[in-house]
Each structure stands twice: as C-alpha cells, then as structure tokens.
Design a protein around this ligand. Sequence first.
Ligand code: SAM
Length: 306
Amino acid sequence: MYSYRHGFHAGNHADVLKHAMLIAILKHLTQKDAALTVVDTHAGAGLYRLDGDYAGTSGEAEDGVVKLFTALAPPGSAKPAIEDVAPLIQDYMELIAEFNPQGTLKIYPGSPFVVQKLLRTEARDKLKLFEMHPTDSKALAANIAQLNAGRQIAGARQDGFEGLKAFLPPPSRRGLVLIDPSYEIKSDYAKVATCIQDSLKRFPTGTYAVWYPVIPRPEAHDLPRRLKTLSNQAGKPWLHATLAIGQDEARNVPGEEARGQGLTASGMFIVNPPHTLKAALTQALPQLVKVLGRGRGQGHTLESGG
Ligand code: SAM
C-alpha cells in the first residue's frame, strides 16, 4: 500500500492545477473575518526538493511548474510569454516563488505549505493534516515543526477519511476540506464519494475540493459523476475542472507508445465553490493548456451545476 511517494510527482501538471485552484479558493475564503478551518486529508510530506532524488528521477515537474515558470517567468522578472497572465496563475506563481527566493526553482510546496501561506493568525485559522505514510508523515512533522506555528497546524499519522469526521463541522462553521488521495488502491474512489456524502451531512456549507486522476479506469471515470449526483442530491453548487497536457508524440519510443507518458490529465471537483472560481478558471485553463500542453489529447473542461 505504501508505494506511492508524492515526491516523484511534486510540481507536475496535476499539482499545478490542484494548488492553483487551492490558492484561489483560499484567497476567497479568507476575505471574511471569521476563522477558517482547513483539513487536508492526504497531506504528503509538505515540502519537496525539485533538484532531489525523487523529482529529479521522475522529471514530472519539468512538464509542470518548471515549464510554467520558463514560459511565464517568475513575478518581477522577464516579460511573460502570454499577455495578461490570468490572476489564478499569477497568484500560484507568486506563492511558489516565495519558496524560492534565489530565483531558481528548487523547493516545491505541497498542499500543507500552500495552505499555510494563506492562513491568518489574527483570525485564528487552523490547519489539520493527515498523512499515513510512515516516512512522509515523519517528514511532514519535521517540516511543520520548522514553522513554529504552535497550535495553528496539527498533523496526525491517521487515515484522513476517518480523521476528518472529528473536525466537521468546525466551530466557526467556515471550512475547506482538501481530499487528495493517491488512488493507489481502487477503494479510494468509493471512499472519496462516501466521504463527501458523509461530510455534507455533518457540514453542509463547507467547501470540498477533490483531486482525481483522469485515467482509463471505470472508477476514475465514475467519480466526478458520483460527486455531481451527491452534490445535486444535497442541493449544493459544484464546479468541475480538468486539465489534460496530452502526449508528446516526439517523445514516444517506437513500440513503447502504449506505455504512455505517465499521467496526462487530472481533475478537481469542488462542492460549494467560491462564486468567483468559475470566471477565474475560464481565463486560466486555456492559458495552462497553451503553456503545459504537449500535443495529442491536450485540453481542458470546465462545468458547473447546482
Ligand atoms: N495533498 C498533497 C499535496 O498536494 O501536496 C499530496 C498528497 S499525495 C497525492 C497522497 C498522500 O496520501 C500520500 O502521501 C499517501 O502516503 C497518503 N495517504 C494514502 N492513504 C492515506 C489515508 N488513508 N489517509 C491519509 N493519508 C493517506
């Protein structure tokens, strides 16, 4: 079960989509004064080295955050290749740049550190983290300890689907839940749907963000459909975005095309999204495709309901 290590995938196109949307959601939710509770059910290690063994071996960040920075340049430096970079992308790049003050991309923040950047101490915002992997949960604890965040951030080596229940509803009735499993085991898909169903009963007004891989597997295909049904049944608005970078034909070795080039697309399903998110994505998604797209199959989708 513990073969998945997010370090191999840190900063890939899926992280770009997930973290850029996470930032946009949090920027909206922190506009109100009331305390916000964020629960990250599958937190990972928190911080990753892009020049380290994992990311260096996989090279996935090259097709994600590195490509984005190369094309659009970090804030404050050379002119972006796209005129009028979408604010959602700009905000993402600014946050990533804060972790890399020397100007070269070396550190990639995982979701706990992306969230942490946007928490307000004065508003008593809280972050609850769950991570099951023995090594990653230790790394997460060590990374979090360096922040000296006291009781604002709490991590546990516990099943995030179960652990989440104790925090819903949060005392201030304002909360965001990120559900980002590795889908290493097929049952994760069903667990996500059950988790959303249960969470919407405990805390109907919470914002829920689910990441999933777009892969040719019935469970992956069904998940957004199930989430739409659950949201509609609960009378809650939803937003569903996918980003596909497609296949780089030139990179295919003859005879090995069927093995593909790793994950080529992923999706984010948001229940109770901020009302500003759809417009932000309408502008940002085509730009992400333009910069990150590799060829056949590239594109995006954006739909909403409720
Ligand atoms: N959310 C992270 C980010 O955006 O930086 C990445 C998380 S990664 C996709 C999924 C993580 O969930 C892995 O580190 C894995 O070890 C962990 N995990 C797997 N099953 C879990 C469970 N039931 N509860 C908590 N963590 C789990």
